[in-house]
Design a protein around this ligand. Structure first.
Ligand SMILES: Cc1cc2nc3c(=O)[nH]c(=O)nc-3n(C[C@H](O)[C@H](O)[C@H](O)COP(=O)(O)O)c2cc1C
Length: 168
């Protein structure tokens, strides 16, 4: 069975949820999917394909996603990779494609990623922390669209199914 790893870098849990939705969808499409914290993955060689996502903070891609991309670049060179970011605390991600931040763009180039997608984020209205609480006062809420995430995951599943067997 085709095995897909969905790895994520998340600080407050919302990117981890998105990774979980992607994993569920891939399983619904008949693939074997494992969802894991990017910082905890030691070996990607058991997987046929990888989806890597990171939360956005101050224009930066979560460090666990960045490190994952660096650490596993060689092993991933023969495997199809998809990237996603989650962050915008408004509906902008649903209205137009938001390009990757520079760190995610670099990871995309280094890994030869098939695609990068930006999804809306979530910040609880009662978020703690000096900066987070101020942002939450203005734009706190849940801007993730599970249907959009699942639709993308179905596309990934289709591509995995068609590329499987043609990769090195
Ligand atoms: C301090 C702070 C800075 C943020 N900076 C950005 C940003 O630069 N770009 C963006 O799109 N979202 C930004 N966000 C929103 C987060 O990316 C969003 O809350 C995301 O869903 C967090 O993911 P997590 O729950 O997995 O950590 C920021 C949020 C906080 C609290």
């Amino acid at each position: 069975m085709t095995r897909v790893l969905v790895a994520y870098g998340s600080r407050r849990g919302s990117t981890a949820d998105i990774a979980g939705w992607i994993g569920d969808t891939l399983r619904d499409q008949g693939l074997e999917a494992e969802v894991a914290d990017a910082g905890a993955v030691r070996d990607v060689t058991p997987y046929d394909a990888v989806v890597l996502g990171g939360a956005l903070y101050a224009g930066r891609w979560h460090k666990d996603a960045r490190r994952f991309a660096r650490r596993h670049a060689v092993a991933l060179s023969g495997r199809p990779v998809w990237l996603f970011s989650s962050g915008p605390l408004d509906r902008s991600a649903d209205e137009a494609e938001i390009p990757p931040v520079p760190q995610a763009a670099r990871a995309s180039a280094a890994l030869g990623a098939r695609e990068h997608r930006t999804f809306g984020g979530r910040l609880a209205r009662d978020a703690e922390g000096f900066l987070a609480s101020r942002i939450a006062e203005r734009t706190g809420g849940d801007y993730r669209d599970p249907d959009r995430v699942r639709a993308w995951a179905r596309q990934v599943a289709e591509h995995v199914a068609t590329t499987q067997g043609t990769e090195a």
